[in-house]
Design a protein. Structure first.
Length: 338
């Protein structure tokens, strides 16, 4: 317990950690201030106009669906035959849509918490992922480079225990900070929606969906923190983690993707870590690939899309992070630290 307390004090005393916390607060303050300045409480005329436009849009969707069914039944008038309709009319069935037009969609300059909470949460998660990766890398990297780990081992000469205490302290601190930041962040925008905008439809489905994304986001933040910690441990320096992240982004996410497109590889997005991160956060993602229908010669319509689901994405993220973390512990156990 004394080891964990000592590590917690060392982590909170690091200037880089303090700087990142200040930047986190600053980013949140700028986002909230910008949202507040660009929003206003809609008056009765604006609300009536928005309701009429939303009703008209929903009616248009129903008309398009009925026209699609008429085309399938060969009863569509000749004058409407030039319109585009999907092969499967169920894809434009208003009842099957995840979301229908609502008045808030037709209120420019009005902040809607229900409509904007999810994009704002994605922004928060992205910042916390960066925060966790950088703090995790600098926390162990600076100690390894400066000899702080050697001094700590003189007090507690158990390498794996010391490294595990560092990793556990890091993950626990990042988790607590992420939870506090999330509550303060979402509560701030909820207040803005109540006082200077619209709260929107805050039903049970909304909160469940938002909570699911938030939970997956916290898992991603912890994985990013452990990943930065592991790479810095393997490279014995903070810059090792930063260099590895930059090299991966340039060589594989950009260069590798370009090469895969040139050689017409099938489903290149499933080979990218960014695709699995997006899939894990959203639960399911669809990617366009013309090669999916390259060999299709039948009469059935092919949309050239394929999907990735969250179990596969989570498995990829866990294998990557777990493998590098296990390698970091194995190397740290036998490495000469002097």
């Amino acid at each position: 317990m004394n080891l964990v307390r000592a590590e917690l004090e060392r982590l909170s005393a690091r200037r880089f950690v303090q700087l990142m916390v200040v930047l986190l607060v600053l980013a949140f303050a700028v986002t909230a201030a910008t949202t507040l300045a660009g929003s206003h409480k809609p008056n009765a005329d604006e609300m009536n106009s928005a309701r009429a436009q939303a009703a008209e849009a929903r009616q248009g969707m129903e008309v398009a669906f009925q026209q699609c069914l008429s085309r399938q039944n060969s009863t569509l008038p000749q004058s409407e035959m030039g319109q585009y309709f999907p092969e499967e009319c169920s894809s434009i069935d208003p009842i099957r849509q995840d979301r229908l037009p609502i008045p808030a969609d037709y209120l420019p300059g009005v902040f809607s918490f229900a409509g904007q909470a999810l994009p704002l949460l994605y922004f928060l998660i992205a910042f916390l992922v960066l925060f966790g990766f950088l703090v995790g890398a600098s926390y162990i990297g600076a100690d390894l480079n400066s000899g702080g780990v050697v001094n700590l081992l003189l007090w507690r000469p158990r390498r794996l225990t010391v490294l595990a205490a560092k990793l556990g302290t890091l993950l626990g601190t990042v988790l607590v900070l992420a939870l506090l930041a999330s509550v303060a962040y979402l509560a701030t925008f909820w207040v803005i929606g109540q006082t200077a905008g619209l709260p929107g439809q805050l039903d049970g489905d909304f909160w469940r969906s938002l909570g699911a994304v938030h939970g997956r986001g916290l898992v991603l933040v912890l994985l990013a923190s452990a990943l930065g910690f592991a790479i810095a441990t393997l490279g014995r320096h903070t810059s090792a983690a930063l260099g590895a992240a930059a090299a991966y982004a340039v060589l594989w996410e950009l260069g590798g993707r370009l090469v895969l497109e040139i050689v017409d590889a099938r489903r290149p997005d499933q080979l990218m870590l960014s695709s699995h991160i997006a899939t894990w956060l959203s639960g399911r993602t669809r990617f366009y690939d013309p090669q999916v229908c390259a060999g299709s010669t039948g009469t059935r319509y092919c949309e050239s899309f394929y999907s990735l689901n969250w179990p596969t994405a989570l498995l990829v993220l866990l294998v990557l992070t777990g493998g590098l973390t296990a390698a970091a512990f194995a190397v740290f156990r036998r490495r000469d630290l002097i």
